[in-house]
Write a protein that binds this ligand. Structure first.
Ligand SMILES: [Zn+2]
Length: 58
């Protein structure tokens, strides 16, 4: 079984963890109402996706 020969130093552990931060989600602007929305999802404000109504909002 492949096994690490030495324990990683605190420094090396922390260096690896420097890449673990989460990025804020990317947002697009709705072309219909100008609201911010998550890409590849219908706009939560007006229910539009790909320039047509896809959600039935009240
Ligand atoms: Zn919208």
């Amino acid at each position: 079984m492949p096994n690490p020969k030495h324990r990683k130093s605190k420094s090396k552990t922390r260096m690896g963890r420097s890449h673990h931060a989460l990025k804020p989600p990317s947002l697009g602007k709705c072309p219909n109402c100008g609201e911010m929305f998550l890409p590849h999802r219908a706009c939560p404000a007006c229910g539009f996706y790909k320039e047509r109504q896809v959600l039935d909002l009240d």
